[in-house]
Design a protein around this ligand. Structure first.
Ligand SMILES: [Fe+2]
Length: 293
């Protein structure tokens, strides 16, 4: 089965993990699989249950989130006290997710950089969006304004739904198959345009050719209706009270439905991988025969 969705019998964020499970986790995630923890939920405190409502969203941003190192709450509509209480909940999730990753994937520990942590109280299905922002279409993640220069995007998701509704995902074909299909159709990288976009503040740093390709692969997958319908894929409902982890720049995924999700994003340098050749950067450089960063 691709992608491998491998179950792990870990039911506490603070669990210690045996060497054999660590090895399995590293192999699964680097090969483009999903680490799935069917019995690892995130406990809300009694006074936090009120945050399970879509009305806390400011309606402009898809998610409520703590941004990178700044840790200020964005996308939230409510009082200052409520903002502090919700930020504390999100921060607790960030700490627990990081703890689990350090235990499960100790090889990455020194190199992992925590980024945004989000709370997603709005129903994922049927949000009116442009095709490019429509995450119910299969895609690999790429950041338009924050070029990663090859760094991996690692994400920890936890379904908090109080009514027992699953987070409905579709997962697609292996990254190399997708890349082979779309690479010939992508527009050419223009270094002067990358420089101009950085100077104008459109991107936080200059887009490398790698970032250019990853963004256009994201768009090409989403824009192709035939690919969305007919490409190899499988449905995966992640139940309420479950957690899953993957490199979302590598795993083709689509969120078809579900409500109340916590998500932690982390960045990892390619050099920290056991096998950089399996990363999107390694795969694309091999296919194109040149350095992309
Ligand atoms: Fe995504």
């Amino acid at each position: 089965m691709h992608p491998p969705i491998v179950e792990f019998p870990v039911s506490s964020w603070l669990a210690s993990v045996e060497a054999a499970l660590r090895e399995q986790a590293l192999e699964t995630i680097e090969s483009g699989g999903v680490l799935y923890f069917p019995r690892l939920g995130f406990e809300l405190r009694e006074e936090e249950l009120r945050f399970l409502a879509p009305t806390w969203s400011d309606g402009k941003s898809k998610n409520i989130y703590l941004r990178g190192k700044e840790r200020n709450l964005r996308g939230f509509a409510g009082s200052e006290d409520d903002a502090l209480a919700l930020a504390a909940l999100i921060e607790r999730y960030a700490a627990e997710a990081r703890h689990l990753l350090n235990e499960l994937l100790p090889a990455y520990k020194a190199s992992l950089e925590s980024s945004n942590t989000s709370f997603r109280p709005v129903e994922a299905a049927g949000r009116a969006q442009s095709w490019r922002h429509d995450d119910s279409r299969l895609h690999t993640d790429a950041f338009p304004s924050k070029p990663t220069h090859g760094r991996r995007i690692l994400r920890v998701f936890c379904n908090l739904n109080p009514e027992g509704r699953p987070r409905q995902w579709r997962v697609g074909e292996p990254f190399p198959d997708m890349a082979r299909r779309f690479l010939p159709r992508l527009p050419r990288y223009r270094p002067w345009l990358a420089t101009a976009m950085h100077k104008l503040g459109i991107t936080k740093r200059r887009r490398s050719e790698y970032d250019h390709i990853m963004l256009h692969l994201h768009d090409a997958q989403k824009a192709d209706a035939d690919y969305q319908k007919n490409a190899p894929q499988m449905a995966m409902p992640f139940p309420a009270g479950s957690t899953w982890i993957c490199f979302s720049d590598q795993v083709l995924h689509a969120a078809m439905g579900g409500q109340y999700l916590l998500e932690q994003t982390l960045l990892l340098p390619v050099a920290a991988l056991r096998d950089p050749g399996r990363s999107p950067l390694g795969v694309l450089e091999k296919m194109l025969g040149r350095a992309l960063v």
